[in-house]
Ligand binder design. Structure first.
Ligand code: SAM
Ligand code: SF4
Length: 322
């Protein structure tokens, strides 16, 4: 599958401490000088566009905690060949940032929201319950400034939010946003266990039995998420069966970590240090393109490993960006 999509982590820092991503114990973050500068990120994206990448998603850690994030959004949006610039956020700073991000060229946004209950939200994110309302206001603001589509990412955890699937369907109808149910992945920390894992197949069965048939939409073929309308409702839902289904054959993405490592597969620790190249005395744009070209050839060899089989991922999710 041709690589067209680059996920760029802007930082490993975050104002939340989601239990499955960044447990409270995390104290050490990548030193500032090791983090790629915005010019360096734009340079890497530009080199990738030569090789066919036309979509970029900013992530983190929390991308909106990085200062003047609009600058890198603008820099990437203005590159020739870039068609789509998106961002995944916890939504906390979205209310104040949505407008300037849209003006900088951001097209769409995914907001992570695992529960519609403020107390449970506080528990899972390690923040004050009032943060829940900020996130919802952030979603409203994103919609009102015209970021489109706005999607909600919901990681399903048995015994925590599996009773809220119906509420999320209503939320989707109310706000006109797609809710994407994501399987909990065994990445990094110890939160994952087979007891709190829910396969997407069960979620689909539940929706079919209690709401209606799932009707595939046109965006069906884009990446691992699959979008559906729920028959008889106005709700749009998506599913990311990252653990239970093999999606390597359709994987069209690579990842750039905030410290400049190119990661060819989320679940494989094979990384290429682009920062060293970017900061070397002999750096040239042509050399960067050539290194990336080789890396994309290597990616073809890595694909074919499923998440559970490989388990070659020692980094925690916040250092990669999901
Ligand atoms: N801070 C931003 C946010 O939360 O949206 C962006 C970074 S976060 C690492 C990106 C996505 O990864 C979020 O939707 C989050 O829910 C998801 N994620 C983190 N850890 C995960 C895990 N163990 N399993 C499944 N999804 C996970
Ligand atoms: Fe932060 Fe996102 Fe990880 Fe939650 S999932 S701790 S918001 S990086």
């Amino acid at each position: 599958m041709k690589v067209r999509y680059l996920r760029v982590s802007l930082t490993d820092r975050c104002n939340f401490r989601c239990k499955y991503c960044m447990p409270n114990g995390v104290k050490e973050f990548i030193p500032h000088e090791e983090i790629l500068k915005y010019e360096e990120i734009v340079e890497v994206v530009k080199a990738f566009t030569v090789l066919g990448v036309d979509s970029v998603r900013f992530t983190g850690g929390e991308p909106l905690v990085r200062r003047k994030v609009e600058e890198v959004v603008r820099g990437v949006s203005e590159l020739p060949f870039i068609k789509d610039v998106s961002l995944t956020t916890n939504g906390f700073f979205l209310k104040e940032k949505a407008k300037s991000l849209k003006e900088a060229g951001l097209k769409r946004v995914n907001v992570s929201l695992d529960t519609l209950n403020p107390e449970k939200f506080s528990y899972i994110t390690g923040t004050d319950p009032s943060s829940f309302y900020r996130v919802v206001e952030g979603i409203e603001e994103a919609l009102s400034v015209g970021l489109s589509p706005v999607k909600v990412n919901t990681v399903l955890i048995k015994g925590f939010n599996d009773s809220e699937i119906g509420d999320f369907i209503k939320f989707s109808e109310l706000y006109g946003v797609e809710v994407r149910f994501i399987e909990l992945m065994p990445v990094g920390g110890k939160f994952f266990s087979h007891e709190n894992f829910i396969p997407i197949s069960k979620v689909k069965d539940y929706i079919r039995e209690n709401f209606g048939e799932l009707i595939p939409t046109t965006s069906y073929k884009k990446g691992p998420a699959k979008s559906f309308l729920v028959e008889g409702t106005k709700a749009k839902v998506g599913f990311i069966p990252s653990v239970s289904e093999h999606f390597c054959d359709s994987c069209n993405r690579v990842r750039l970590t905030s410290d400049g490592k190119l990661r060819l597969c989320l679940m494989s620790d094979r990384e290429l240090d682009l920062k060293v190249l970017l900061r070397s005395a002999s750096y040239s744009f042509e050399k960067l393109v050539s290194v990336l070209k080789e890396a994309l050839i290597l990616k073809r060899g890595i694909n074919g490993i499923s998440a559970l089989e490989s388990l070659g991922c020692s980094r925690k999710m916040f250092t990669i960006g999901g």
